[in-house]
Design a protein around this ligand. Structure first.
Ligand SMILES: Cc1cc2nc3c(=O)[nH]c(=O)nc-3n(C[C@H](O)[C@H](O)[C@H](O)COP(=O)(O)OP(=O)(O)OC[C@H]3O[C@@H](n4cnc5c(N)ncnc54)[C@H](O)[C@@H]3O)c2cc1C
Length: 319
């Protein structure tokens, strides 16, 4: 609650400041996305004497940090939860007087003239940091059962799922984290993994293997949901042998991966393999949008630091 109040206050203050003092547009760094990548990039840019402005489409900062519910164990130098980490990050943003806007989405970018457009505003920039993360992939065949038997996440519906048999589709962090959260209160959890091995962090997988009511099923593809008025479970096919089977379950959680939010990138340019800057232009791509296969917060903040330094050199070349 305190966090939201602070966010609202900050939003208002940001608009006041904008009205009073024109931003030195030769140093304005537009950061699209208020997840850990965008927030870290803003902190680093501020330290470089640049003027970051974060645009976040949802009503709150944090991006995927809001989806991590187990304590963090692989973020060096920090012990705690993702929400504690976010609280600290937001406090730092506030202390540094960094400007951000919530609930505004960048819809279009005129790369030639360095202008980005929200629904009702145009924002000029000297350099752009794309930190748009990724989006959840949905399965269209699940639509008829959404909310009643099918959910995009277990959090928020844990009570509804109590004592039931749950199938989780997916083999990444989200799938395993949800399985670990649910296991103590449900009868059984089946994790359906499309490939031969899970993508999730090793310690999630090891924990899940030790819990007796969690089972892992490999090479399982969800064919379709039975077209029946009453939900009866899933129809599966083995992705190598094609062998079909029906999995009886009460509820399904979809955690079948993410797709990078790259819609705003210029069509001809994809994120570089190793570098962060797009083809010598004033565009940097950082975090999960660049690296959706192996998402990691430490990589996000490292890329944020690197991008801000590169931008600083790019805007004020020596000599
Ligand atoms: C369940 C789960 C557990 C995880 N556990 C760990 C862990 O233990 N350790 C670890 O290192 N990593 C973990 N990760 C991965 C980590 O959370 C991500 O790598 C990291 O949070 C990605 O940050 P990001 O800022 O790049 O992207 P995101 O957090 O996805 O942020 C992108 C932001 O951009 C905004 N946005 C997108 N498009 C626009 C637009 N057009 N205009 C304005 N805003 C826009 C989005 O709303 C979003 O807020 C986990 C992830 C999940 C889902």
């Amino acid at each position: 609650m305190q966090y939201f109040k602070r966010q609202q206050k900050q939003q208002t203050r940001e608009q006041d400041v904008q009205e009073k003092s024109a931003v030195n547009s030769s140093k304005r760094i537009l950061i699209i996305g208020g997840g850990i990548s965008g927030l870290s990039a803003a902190l680093w840019c501020q330290r470089q004497g640049l003027q970051p402005l974060i645009i976040e489409q949802t009503p709150r900062l944090g991006g995927q940090l809001h989806q991590i519910h187990l304590p963090l164990v692989d973020y060096p130098g920090f012990k705690g939860t993702a929400s504690e980490l976010l609280e600290t990050l937001v406090a730092q943003i506030s202390e540094q007087d960094i400007h951000y806007r919530l609930g505004q989405s960048i819809k279009h970018i005129d790369y030639k003239n360095n202008v980005a457009y929200t629904e009702n505003e145009s924002l000029t920039y000297s350099a752009l940091i794309m930190a748009t993360g990724n989006r959840k992939r949905a399965l269209p065949q699940l639509k008829p059962f959404m909310g009643r038997h099918v959910h995009m996440t277990a959090t928020g519906v844990i009570e509804q799922l109590k004592h039931q048999h749950i199938a989780i589709i997916g083999g990444g962090d989200g799938a395993f984290e949800n399985a670990l959260l649910l296991a103590p209160s449900v009868n059984k959890v089946d994790i359906l993994i499309r490939s031969g091995q899970p993508r999730a962090r090793q310690y999630f997988v090891e924990q899940a293997r030790r819990i007796s009511n969690i089972s892992l099923h490999y090479q399982q593809k969800v064919q379709y949901f039975k077209d029946e008025p009453t939900f009866r479970g899933l129809h599966l096919a083995h992705s190598i042998t094609g062998e079909e089977q029906r999995l009886e379950c009460d509820q399904v959680i979809i955690k079948c991966g993410y797709t990078p939010a790259q819609e705003l990138l210029p069509e001809s340019l994809l994120p570089p393999e190793n570098g962060l800057q797009l083809d010598d232009q004033n565009i940097w791509v950082i975090g999960d949008v660049r690296n959706p296969i192996d998402p990691c917060m430490s990589v996000c903040i490292g890329e944020a630091a690197r991008a801000s330094r590169e931008i600083s050199r790019y805007l004020e070349p020596i000599g």
